[in-house]
Design a binder for this molecule. Sequence first.
Ligand SMILES: *Cc1c(COP(=O)(O)O)cnc(C)c1O
Length: 413
Amino acid sequence: MDHFRYRGSELCAEDVPLSRIAREVGTPAFVYSSAAFEGRLSAFDRAFAGVPHLVCYSVKVASNLALLAKVARAGLGADIVSGGELFRALRAGIPAGKVVFSGVGKTAAEIAEALEAGIMMFNVESGPELDLISRIARDKGKRAPVALRVNPDVDPGTHPYVATGLKESKFGVPIGEALGLYARARDDAALEAVGLDCHIGSQLTSVSPFVAAVGRLKALLASLAGQGVKVRFLDLGGGLGITYDAETPPGPAEYAEEIVRAVGREDLVLVLEPGRVVAGNSCVLLVGVLYEKVTPEKRFVVTDGAMNDLIRPSLYGAFHGIVPVAENGGVPSPANVVGPVCESGDFLAKDRPLPPVGPGDLLAVRSAGAYGFSMSSNYNSRPRSAEVLVEGASFRVIRARETREDLIRGENI
Ligand SMILES: *Cc1c(COP(=O)(O)O)cnc(C)c1O
């Protein structure tokens, strides 16, 4: 269900006209639909209702406390990749016991912090990391719950920057090395091997790579059992894709059904780390048109939103739907939608059919919820955008637009 729909000629988020948000909050602004976010989160969780499982929302995807508080209220957990994300998750009320910590570069300080907090498990990505976790746990007189993130070497068929489970990837340990590392964990009193983990990539539009990964993990589980290692958690990461343009990814129900069938065991707790599928289509980036600039070569629509606000088009060549907030019935013609940032790579769309627009008109950049605000930056000394949450007929600012003072906070002359 799309919660961003036209009422007459006016695009609304739930029951709030986007033009009202632009008037009161300004642009650019990330506008989230509460119903969309909660609906997708619970649909994903419900899809796995038939088996023991824990959904750990991937914090890096959209990290605002108001969104994480929804995750907490739904009784779900968090997948984190930094100490900063641990801080956010705990602050939002997600219990440490439902937090899994992934990432290839966990620092000693981050490991210590997570151990103190009492997280559910570390998804360990190398032998040296396993050693460091062991040393820190021993010093603290604790036992660290660990899973190995293995690299099953399956091709997710996605953008190279978000393919994470191929053998040349920096992520995870080669599946062939996992047995040795589990043996080390088994024989180390400061470690408890509680899980097995993988995360093969993002924006997958087919279930088959997930099923292939499950196959390799199951074979590994059998070998582990043979050497006396029995884990409780099977963490399959995130990665389920969404529709940006014409993609037709499986829905959560189909994804869950095939995964549950492939796993085929009731003695494991499945851990899932969805991100994009929850947040991606729950938000639009609302931008204002500054100029329409027509050269002999191109029609440019210059907006106040730019690559520092939404980097996905520049970074991945990603497609985001762009629609006018007020339909004017004009005949669309191709335009490059660009921002004010001083980079030729600063664009939100290229050769996109758009009706005539002028200064002050509003555009909605769709599917901006995942890796949108969380990847935004202050490049060109642009204050980061406001974040707004719509609930029915009301809305509130869940992150204030940054000020000039915010831009120089902590700097010294
Ligand atoms: C980014 C990430 C996710 C979320 O991926 P999506 O494609 O957004 O679902 C899950 N797990 C790990 C380890 C990640 O790095």
